[in-house]
Write a protein that binds this ligand. Structure first.
Ligand SMILES: Cc1ncc(COP(=O)(O)O)c(C=O)c1O
Length: 359
């Protein structure tokens, strides 16, 4: 596990001084997270010298790509006097789990509305993890019904703070801008080569946008490759460019002198299969590789499809000889999942605990 929770401010506040004291933040991430070679899967990838950034280890409570964001988002919720976090996501959503676990550890109550996605062992575990953390889970069903149930729940909750699926937004994106400055420090210290390409799963694309803004701010010619894991409606160049501009504008409100552009990025669309959370034969074949890399079972929504995308890059002559870095966004920390908590779930979700699984 990375160093303990000793930070008193993100690196970003030194790099962009206007933010300090004006942007909410609190320490949740144990940083720096390690950078390591992906030797365990070099054979499967068909090449060596691929590195990974282990944000899967970023917190003993729960790892993954929400922790850096929540340093800003949960601080903002507290500053606004909120006591209840309201969010939504699929039944296997790691964002819902992160909200349940980190929200509880920061003293918030959590309400989460869940939409249908294919039932996997990971999804069954996720329901118990969030219930064990004390979150109240509400069955949403389809996207439409989940949307109005979420707004309705938010309207009726006392002192609520709404966190949209993916928890991406200009404030949240500061977390991964800060992460690029952390990686720059590790490159300068000779811990890993400066990546020519950073590969990660892309859903709301907040992480991709922040890494691309960070690379550009550092003056790195690094390409950010997002493996699309959600619908084209949610993850496309239009939404990405809009989010990038909104994030840059947000920062310039506090640090007008900061110049932020986007470094090169691309989306890989081939790994998505029939949609968010739907397994593909390639993703199922990649699951043991996630286990080999992280030491814990992978899942088919984010991690396995990203490895499929990474392997495609490793086989692409254009990327031969380039330094590739995989940014791990899935937690390898396994929170408690108490089976007796099933009774706290609404019947529609309880039924899923015994449903046949597809992966
Ligand atoms: C484990 C994991 N990886 C990647 C992503 C995608 O990140 P983003 O929404 O920033 O594109 C998510 C989003 O929920 C996630 O939970």
């Amino acid at each position: 596990m990375p160093r303990s929770l000793t930070r008193t401010a993100p690196l970003l506040f030194d790099a962009m001084p206007g933010l300090a004291g004006r942007v909410p933040w609190r320490p949740l991430a144990h940083t720096p997270t390690p950078v390591e070679p992906c030797d365990a899967i070099a054979g499967w990838l068909g090449r060596g010298d691929v590195w990974m950034k282990r944000d899967d280890l970023i917190s003993p409570i729960y790892g993954g790509n929400k922790v850096r964001r929540y340093e800003f988002v949960l601080a903002d919720a507290a500053e606004r006097g909120a006591t209840c976090l309201v969010t939504a996501g699929g039944i296997a959503s790691t964002q819902v789990m992160a909200t349940a676990l980190l929200g509880a550890s920061e003293g918030f109550s959590v309400l989460a509305v869940l939409f249908d996605q294919p039932v996997t062992r990971f999804a069954q575990q996720a329901l118990l993890v969030s219930a064990t953390a004390g979150a109240q889970l509400i069955y949403g069903g389809g996207y439409g019904r989940t949307t109005w149930r979420t707004l309705w729940t938010w309207q009726r909750a006392s002192k609520p703070y709404l966190i949209l699926p993916g928890a991406a937004g200009p404030l949240a994106n500061l977390g991964y801008l800060d992460a690029m400055i952390e990686l720059d420090g590790q490159v300068r210290a000779g811990l890993c080569p400066r990546p020519d390409v950073i590969v990660l799963p892309s859903g709301s694309s907040g992480t991709l946008v922040a890494l691309a803004l960070g690379a550009s701010w550092l003056g790195w010619p690094t390409e950010i490759v997002g493996v699309r894991i959600t619908s084209l409606l949610a993850c496309n160049r239009l939404t990405i460019n809009y989010l990038a501009r909104a994030t840059a504008r947000f920062i310039q409100r506090f640090s007008p002198s900061v110049r932020l552009g986007m470094t090169r990025y691309r989306l890989l669309h081939e790994a998505i299969g029939s949609g968010y959370g739907h397994p593909t034969p390639e993703a199922i074949e990649a699951l043991p590789q996630v286990k080999a890399l992280l030491g814990v079972p992978g899942e088919v929504t984010y991690s396995a499809k990203t490895l499929v995308g990474l392997r495609a890059l490793c086989r692409d002559p254009y990327y031969r000889g380039k330094n590739l870095l995989l940014w791990n966004t899935l937690s390898s920390v396994q929170p408690p999942a108490d089976p007796s908590m099933a009774s706290r779930l609404p019947p529609e979700l309880q039924r899923l605990l015994n449903a046949p699984v597809i992966a």
